[in-house]
Design a protein around this ligand. Structure first.
Ligand code: AMP
Length: 185
């Protein structure tokens, strides 16, 4: 977990590489479908372009299907899911049905000013259609209102690992691996 621009995608990919498990990013799956012009992509685009969450029914089905695929059988890293309380409940059910559970929930932290600077920079480099000023502000607000509170629930379950997302990419990866070592045994 972590607000947009905290570096979730970058760190999830690095960690996945080290652990030999897939990094599953709901945002990436939506973007691939939008690019491919699928039905899911057409539906998702209305929401992603505005910085709104795609409806839970669509997102949850997509995650359930993805986690049931063979490459996730030995483990996975979720990036960008769950993002609201209903998705937390759904994820619990998906994992119970698969006979597995979360080892840890990582929260990458960063201040809003730093995030805005990174996202504006990414807008110039990558040209994502949801990196407009309006969509960026909306995504950060949704994170603060709906997603950040979920860390409390995971904290109460003893799963939360908080990592400072400010610094060099390598330095953050090192912090992350150290912080996760106890949970990953
Ligand atoms: P991201 O790349 O994680 O910032 O996701 C890009 C966009 O995809 C978000 O702004 C949402 O519109 C959509 N999205 C990604 N993950 C979710 C999710 N868990 N629930 C609903 N919408 C999502």
């Amino acid at each position: 977990m972590g607000p947009q621009g905290a570096g979730k995608g970058t760190q999830a990919a690095r960690l996945a590489d080290r652990l030999g498990v897939p990094a599953i990013s709901t945002g990436d799956i939506f973007r691939a479908n939008i690019k491919g012009g699928t039905d899911l992509g057409r539906l998702a685009q209305e929401y992603t372009a505005q910085g709104e969450l795609v409806p839970d029914s669509v997102t949850n089905d997509m995650v359930r299907d993805r986690l049931a695929q063979a490459d996730a059988a030995e483990g996975f890293i979720l990036d960008g899911y769950p993002r609201n309380a209903a998705q937390v409940t759904e994820l619990d059910e998906i994992l119970a049905a698969l006979g597995t559970r979360l080892d840890a929930v990582v929260e990458l932290t960063a201040e809003r000013d730093e995030l805005l600077a990174r996202l504006r920079n990414r807008a110039q480099v990558e040209g994502r259609d949801d990196d407009t000023e309006e969509a960026i502000a909306r995504r950060l607000d949704i994170y603060a209102e709906q997603t950040a509170p979920l860390t409390t629930a995971y904290g109460e379950r003893g799963l939360l690992v908080r990592v400072d997302g400010i610094g060099e990419i390598d330095e953050i990866t090192a912090r992350l691996t150290d912080a996760l070592a106890p949970a990953l045994g």
